[in-house]
Write a new protein. Sequence first.
Length: 449
Amino acid sequence: MSDASITNLSPRLRYARQQCQSVDQTPRRVPINLRQSGPTPTELLISTRVRKSPYWHLSQEAGCWRATVYNRMYHPRGYVRPEDGGAMVEYRALVEDVTLWNVAVERQIRVQGPDAEAFVDKVITRNASAIAPLHGKYVILCNDEGGIINDPVLLRLAEDEFWFSISDSDLELWLRGVNLGLGYDVSIGEIDVAPLQIQGPRSEALMVDLVGEAVRTLPYYGLLEATIAGCSVVVSQTGFTGEKGYEIYLREASRDAESLWEAVLAAGEKHNLAVIAPAHHRRIAAGILSWGQDMDQETLPFQCNLGYQVPRQKAVDYIGRHALEAVRAELDQGRYPFRQTLVGLVLGGHPIDDYAPDFWLISDPQADEPIGYVTSPWYSPELGTNIAMGYVPVTHQALETPLRIWLPEPYAERPGEPVAARVVDLPFRASVNPSAREAARSRGQDTAL
């Protein structure tokens, strides 16, 4: 094909085999791969090199038909097959009833010892001292350049014991490496704990049946020690959806996985419980980010709506503080020390009903050359439109800014043509429990504790 012929192709087709250069990814060292390769026939190889969680076989029995790899562990990502309605059937189960998720991939890294609080304070941006025992918080850990290396839920089991329920990067190695140089009196390592999520409007009723009435008064990010079917568990009111939900952290998971899973299924029958994959369609609506998809170690918190995670005042030093405070000083002066920022988008096209295989390209309405890319798209039944999060130049972040998005043909309104889009605020839908960002904003603050 001649150069002229390639130039005349739509950006979606033009960049099927080549990296898109018009999107300014300065100063990333490793650019996001923006080739539009589309769906592929490649199958996931199941081998012993990647760990199977204690619930893996149970997910297979429940109908899991596809998976990905997350934290070097196989992660179920689909139970209802496309011909039976696919992920949108799973979505309805989540927003109407109650669902069970295998999320053992949220590996639990324990920090325990006399210096546990001081060490945790050193590696997270928020204040570990503000987390009381049997409570938790959503936190971020940054590298010395301010890039986000993980965004776990941090659980405080006791004065001297914290669990990092991690997102998709190997946090244990980071924590061990940090402490080699600092020498805090702590032990650091993964423990045999595997979580399940119980999510949906009927989750509280199911959890009452499993652990008793005490769960009704459990606060958001509160923890409860309990026993289910003879299994020792920690229950938290947390989740990845914006719906009412809980996580059950099973101790001795390698031994007791079947007992807990079967007890949850049995108790869930009268509540119309469904086993589903993590509901990325609902977490997008809630503005919840996915590490590796919406951010990574080259993303600053201020680029992706996580600036509230960086306190304006913290009594102790932490890794990344100097870099983050320098960025905030620039922002306070109206200057942007980065080129791209994450925004919410509503867009046209046919309903996006499955995971996007590529970072779809975003253009200005006045030109075809892409200037940004979509990270997390899906269709929102409640809003009756496609929604997404994506990166655009800081010059295009204002609410209602018009844009165009190059969707693949199954979702495009007309083949080879982009659909109209516009910038909107996040979240798209209110959550049952407002996030710390939403709570801080309601108080007129731009940071949380």
